[in-house]
Design a protein around this ligand. Structure first.
Ligand code: SAH
Length: 348
């Protein structure tokens, strides 16, 4: 039987495992304290645990992390890592130093099946879901790097490669682990999950009872444009998506953020802004306008700054809280999937 990686054990599941082993429930939080607070990845160092139980832990569990395969650091402090997993698969993770804290962008799958036309991540079809410990591992490794500067990861966005709601259980366990007070204790309001619009996932997430943020990749004000950008739109057209958003707002009592990449001559006209206002009226949503990170493999271009500004003003004037995403790491391969895509390209 292969060993269980403890970094992927959500607390209630770990407590159950401890009880099944004839241990007390508190062993679980004790292990969390060693792993996350004292940053110990060796059972042998866990001095308040009996020698016998430490042997049992060594026999049945591991605490292994993904390996840093490649590291890029930008002048603005952005860190991009290409991590190698146990089976040799590689995933990207990025750290963005905002004024308010250090935000990490984690991947949830190896490759992605959503096939959004503008995205570099989808160039590799989904190979597999990431295990919970492989997502937690991304935060753990980044924290190890930040420790040298006396800093920590304070915000988490699940916006790297993959569709989080296509790996629902593992992403949920990941969120519960990083949010746990004895683990990284990252506040729910500092955690954002981004989905391309998997309606069943949104409905389910509405009932998790979490104060996390939900972002939805909208990118178009009507089905016609959205169908050309995001194949998922054919399975879940905008009327269904908007219903799910309203359901989520009501059940979870949270507002969502719509992400909207500004693509030149595709979705950035004032007519699009007008349709967008109409579409999201009746929700409490915010809009986050995203500057496009050009990808070699397609011909999408970013909107001119002037257009972004006009679009932004139109939304604001019509009562929609709108922000424009700050950009990081322009001097490195900062857009999702770029580093891994390049790596594959070079090695073939
Ligand atoms: N699958 C999820 C999460 C991963 S993508 C989702 O679709 O939301 C995270 C965000 O980055 C999405 O809004 C996605 O549309 C956007 N994105 C993808 N490629 C991009 C690019 N080249 N430039 C800017 N944003 C991009």
């Amino acid at each position: 039987m292969s060993k269980i990686n403890l970094l992927g054990c959500e607390i209630s599941k770990l407590e159950q495992m401890m009880i099944e082993r004839g241990q007390k429930k508190f062993r679980a939080t004790q292990l969390y304290t060693w792993i996350y607070e004292k940053e110990t990845l060796s059972f042998d160092d866990m001095s308040d645990i009996s020698l016998r139980f430490r042997e049992e832990l060594n026999r049945d569990f591991t605490l292994s992390l993904p390996k840093i395969y490649k590291k890029q650091e930008s002048k603005d402090g952005t860190i991009k890592l290409l991590l190698e997993l146990e089976d040799g698969a590689k995933v990207e993770t990025a750290l963005m130093p905002y004024r308010y804290g250090n935000a990490i962008c984690v991947s949830s799958q190896v490759g992605c099946n959503m096939a959004c036309a503008f995205c570099a991540s989808g160039l590799l079809k989904k190979q597999r879901n990431l295990e919970t410990h492989e997502i937690v591992g991304q935060v753990y490794v980044m924290n190890q790097l930040l420790k040298e500067k006396g800093e920590r990861v304070s915000h988490v966005v699940v916006m790297g490669t993959g569709e989080p709601f296509d790996n629902y259980e593992n992403v949920l366990d990941f969120i519960r682990i990083i949010n746990h007070p004895k683990a990284f204790a990252i506040g729910a309001r500092h955690i954002t999950v981004s989905t391309c619009g998997l309606v069943p996932g949104i409905m389910r997430y509405a009932h998790e009872g979490m104060q996390t943020n939900l972002a939805i990749s909208l990118h178009a004000p009507n089905d016609e444009i959205r169908n050309t950008l995001m194949p998922i739109s054919k399975a879940y057209p905008l009327d269904k998506l908007m219903e799910a958003v309203k359901y989520y707002e009501k059940e979870a009592d949270r507002r969502v953020t719509f992400e909207y990449i500004m693509l030149k001559d595709v979705n950035d006209t004032i007519e699009c802004a007008r349709q967008l206002v109409k579409l999201i009226r009746g929700t409490k949503a915010y809009v986050n306008l995203i500057p496009y990170n050009p990808v070699d493999e397609n011909s999408f271009r970013r909107s001119d700054e002037e257009n972004v500004h006009r679009f932004f003003s139109y939304l604001m004037q019509h009562g929609i809280t709108t922000t424009v995403r700050k950009e990081f790491g322009n001097d490195i391969d900062a857009a999702c999937g770029q580093l891994r895509a390049k790596e594959q390209h070079e090695s073939h």
